[in-house]
Design a protein around this ligand. Sequence first.
Ligand code: CP
Length: 326
Amino acid sequence: MTSLVASYPAGSAAFPHRGLVGIAGLAPHEILFLLDEAEQWVKLNRLPQKHDNRLAGLTIINAFFENSTRTLLSFEIAGKRLGADVVNMQTAQSSIKKGETLIDTAMTLNAMHADAIVIRHGSSGAVQLIADKVSCPVLNAGDGQHEHPTQALLDALTIRHAKKDFNGLKVTICGDILHSRVARSNVLCLTSLGAEVRLCAPPALMPAEIEQMKVTPFLDFDAALEDADVVMMLRLQMERMQGQFIPSPREYHHLYGLTPERLAKAKPDALVMHPGPMNRGVEIDSNVADMADRSLITRQVEMGVAIRMACLDVLTRKVRGAEGWT
Ligand code: CP
């Protein structure tokens, strides 16, 4: 297995960052450190009693300005399992609706002495803007088309559990690459760990900067699947599309939908992933998504809680005066 207890530096030098805005800027050993830290939480979460009180007395604010099921709930569960007071800001009923700026909102949360703020926002760069204004760690729960770092970390943890090693692993990511912060963070994370990443999308949904990414681009899904160890499917992000990017969902499914016949073009033991939410019958068929022996989709959700516990624990160690982190 790629590093359980990699050779990372001791104490706070193992993860010297104040927050987690993106995978960009993280060294491979820092990514592995977070994955290794998450292993204890995978074990704890499988026990009937799932509590560890190390964040007792700390306040974590989840401020989600975009819809979420998995990320919001798993951050809330993660904070509560670690004993923190977790507050979910009701952004639809917040003073943002009265015209308050994002920066004034951030300053308000800061004045309440939050010990960590988790933010999802529709604008790329919004999380960095807030991180620059507040004194506590900020965790990016997805900002526009930019990054979704905890998704990439949970995906890496899921892959590591199933495949042990990242080196030379062929990962095909297919779907709406252009609008996908999940794809962006996964490319950075998986290539940093030694995997070979292929990105597949129709021409209109392939980002212009593909040439600068350390990936192989494909327009033909069948070719992108050849010899793949992992197939990660992404949904069409209609909410970020202005204009017509695909002829129709039916046509899209015909060319880019993952069916059992298509999956047969990958390695016989290739595994299927999807960050969710899924649009069954568009990018993925139900009889692939629900394959008991090949689909990791519910496992990804499980790993999401463990990764978010690891991130909250590591990033609040300084606040808590944990040994080696002051
Ligand atoms: N994968 C993901 O970010 O899902 P949610 O939008 O439900 O949080």
